[in-house]
Ligand binder design. Sequence first.
Ligand code: ATP
Length: 294
Amino acid sequence: MIYSEKAPAKINLTLDALHKREDGYHELEMIMTTIDLADRIDLVETDDGRIHMDSTSGLVPLDERNLAYRAASLLRERFGIRQGVRIFIHKKIPVAAGLAGGSSDAAATLRGLNRMWKLGLTLEELVKLGAELGSDVPYCVQMGTALAKGRGEILRPLPPPPPCWVVLAKPPHGISTADIFRRLDIDRISARPETEKMIEALSRSDYPAVCRLLGNVLEEVTLEMFPEVRRLKERIRRYGADGVLMSGSGPTVFGLVDRESRARRIVNALRGFCRQVFAVRMLGIPEELPARGG
Ligand code: ATP
C-alpha cells in the first residue's frame, strides 16, 4: 500500500529577525502562508528495517542529509519502529529557493508515517517533533497562514490572505539559508516589516494593505549579493504585480496579483528572463489544505 502526502511550499508575507539568541540562532518573527505549488511524498513500507530514498530531482540528497530521511529516522528511533520505508519525492518545488521545500517534505513524511505506522500522534505532537528537524518544519506540519516566532516553533494561526494569485520566479542559482543569516547584521537593518499591521490587514482581508506591508529583512543581504534578484523583483513589479517580495532567504521572488489573467500575462513576460516561473493560488483556508493527518 502507498501512503501519499502533499507537501506544499510556503511564502513569507513578512520575515523579521529581532536579535541573536544565546544559542546562536536568530529570534524570528515571520508570517507564512501555504501556496498551491507542492511536492508529493509516496511512502511504501519495507521489512528490511532501512530507509530508502528516491526522487524525480537530481538536486536533492538521497541519504541522511535529506530532511525527509531525517523525519523517518526520528520517528523510527523515538517510537522503536522496526519496519523500514521507501520514500519517493516527486519534486515540484524548486530546491534551495526560500520556499521551504525540504521542510515541507519532512513535514509530509511525519504526517504520512504517523498514518502508516499508526502512531496516533496529534498535530501538536507532530509540530513538536518537527522542531527537532528544522526551523520551518513546525510551520510546514501545521500549514495554512501563521505567525511563527522563536526559531520558528512557536506558531499562531492567522486568517488567510485575501484570495489572489502568486507569481513566483526562481533565479537559476540556489541560496544557503545559513549563509544569508550569517551575513545579516542585526544592527544595520534599515527597514523592518510591520508584523502587527500585517496581522490586522489579514484580519480585515485588506488586499491593498497586505501588498503594501510585505517585508523581509533578509532581502537587503540577498539583493546585495545577487543583483539579478533585485532586477527580477523590479521586473515583476513593472509587469504589474500589486506587491513584490523575496521569500525566505531567497532567491525566489514572488508577486501578488488580483486576477488570473494578469498573473498569466506576467508569467509569459518573465519566461524570457527566468526558466522557473509559476502562477499559483494561495492555499490559505483549512478546507483547501491537504489533510494534516493525526
Ligand atoms: P527554507 O525556505 O526552509 O530555508 P529552502 O527552500 O531555501 O528552505 P530547500 O529546498 O529546503 O531550501 O533546500 C535546502 C537544502 O536542503 C538543499 O540544498 C538540499 O541539499 C537540502 N535538502 C535536504 N532535504 C531536501 C529535500 N527533501 N528537498 C530539497 N532539499 C533538501
